[in-house]
Design a protein around this ligand. Structure first.
Ligand SMILES: CC(C)=CCC/C(C)=C/CC/C(C)=C/C=C/C(C)=C/C=C/C=C(C)/C=C/C=C(C)/C=C/C=C(C)/C=C/CC(C)(C)O
Ligand SMILES: C[S@@+](CC[C@H](N)C(=O)[O-])C[C@H]1O[C@@H](n2cnc3c(N)ncnc32)[C@H](O)[C@@H]1O
Length: 374
């Protein structure tokens, strides 16, 4: 027999019945004070509903070169039309859509420039690369129920792209593809690295090993901020080998060691003060994620620390980013899930770490940070 519904259950049922009533909605939109909440809710629902159209405006602005053109503005609608090969009518439709999203601004009569959000986006090749990349996500999400019903290990556009995840279930070969995803990750690393470096103090004379460090953009940035820190990069052989030359040139060969390897099959190199996992843990389901944490724990001496930074779930003010974006993204990728800081902390303790601490970041929508002590 079902237990008596709790007070909370009864309260939610009552609240939902009131919110669903069209009479309540009608009056709420007209009563002073309450109407601002009603308007915000309606706009929020509308934005969720049409989010895909907004994304496609971003994509058109990036892929057509409109943002770069506006950066040289003011430009007329005619010039825009000619430059991006659209009719004047279509160019004006795109400019107005871009203006509505604050990507463009009409600074003078028929003189278009970047809007405030446009200025941020145009200056950031990493976010632009993500906008281009999301065509894969949206093709996988074309039928979301079908995606959620299918065996998660069936190949998708994203699992093919992330060949290391695809390789886990035989969907893809490695090679040229690692080059492509490494470049995307390097391009979008700027904000993540800034968040981590702004939040966490690295030991000035110590050593840092970035596990799954890709082309080394993170350690390049830490290396620039801490000129005396010794740097290590661990990644799949084809990635680590491709990173070695350019990275040595950038940070100095004498303080860099590249370790080719597979963190599920090989031990993590020992002797580092800090090991970092940047945008790695969420890629993996719980069992492999625990194996990776144990592997890192085994490599650390007393006093050693593990720094985890990635977008996390359950972050106040950024809830949708965690479970509504990364939840579906990683589902489509076929591996991993976003975790809350509490979940990550529990896993760290189960892997043998003694203490964990959340390090607050300025923009949790980009990354949250947890440090664990060996
Ligand atoms: C001074 C006066 C008068 C006013 C000031 C007003 C003011 C504060 C203006 C603000 C200007 C400003 C500083 C704006 C800053 C804007 C920023 C920092 C925007 C940042 C946006 C970042 C975005 C949109 C990031 C998106 C990231 C995405 C979608 C990442 C996706 C990552 C994926 C898919 C990763 C995949 C890897 C895998 C497989 C999961 O491991
Ligand atoms: C999502 S990318 C993150 C790269 C980088 N940390 C960043 O934030 O830009 C995941 C990285 O983990 C590496 N990787 C995936 N599986 C691996 C494995 N089994 N062993 C070592 N590295 C692996 C990939 O090659 C890739 O560079």
């Amino acid at each position: 027999m079902m237990a008596e519904p709790s007070f909370k259950v009864r309260w939610i049922a009552r609240r939902n019945a009131i919110f669903a009533s069209s009479r309540f909605q009608y009056w709420a939109a007209r009563i002073p004070f309450i109407r601002s909440v009603a308007r915000t809710r309606a706009t929020q629902m509308f934005d969720h509903l049409v989010g895909f159209s907004y994304s496609q405006v971003l994509r058109a602005a990036v892929e057509s070169g409109l943002l770069d053109l506006l950066a040289k503005g003011p430009v007329s609608a005619g010039e825009v039309a000619q430059d991006i090969d659209l009719s004047e009518d279509a160019a004006m439709r795109l400019l107005k859509a871009a203006r509505a999203l604050d990507l463009a601004e009409e600074a003078q009569s028929d003189g278009w420039m970047l809007g405030q959000q446009g200025a941020v986006l145009q200056a950031d090749p990493g976010t632009q690369a993500m906008i281009r990349h999301h065509r894969l996500l949206y093709s996988d999400l074309a039928d979301p129920i079908d995606l959620l019903r299918r065996n998660r290990k069936e190949p998708t556009a994203l699992s093919h792209y992330w060949s290391y995840a695809g390789a886990l279930h035989g969907a893809a070969e490695r090679g040229a593809e690692t080059q492509e995803y490494s470049e995307l990750m390097a391009a979008s690393q700027r904000f993540v690295a800034d968040e981590v470096i702004g939040a966490f103090r690295f030991p000035k004379q110590g050593s840092l090993l970035d596990v799954g460090g890709g082309h080394g953009e993170f350690i390049r940035r830490v290396g620039a901020a801490y000129p005396h820190i010794r740097l290590g990069l661990f990644d799949l052989p084809e990635v680590a080998e491709a990173a070695r030359g350019p990275l040595a040139q950038s940070v100095g060969a004498e303080r860099l060691t590249c370790h080719p390897g597979n963190f599920f099959e090989n031990g993590i190199p020992q002797g580092y003060d800090i090991v970092s996992l940047i945008r790695i843990l969420h890629d993996h389901d719980d069992e492999p994620a625990m194996a990776l944490l144990r592997n890192i724990r085994a490599s650390l001496s007393p006093g050693g620390r593990l720094l985890i930074a990635e977008p996390m779930a359950g972050i106040p003010g950024a809830l949708a980013m965690g479970d509504a974006f990364f939840g579906l993204y990683l589902w489509a990728m076929g591996s991993g899930r976003p975790r809350s800081p509490d979940e990550v902390a529990r896993m760290l303790r189960a892997a043998g770490f003694s203490r964990t601490r959340v390090v607050p970041t300025a923009q949790p929508v980009i990354a949250s940070c947890i440090v664990a002590h060996a």
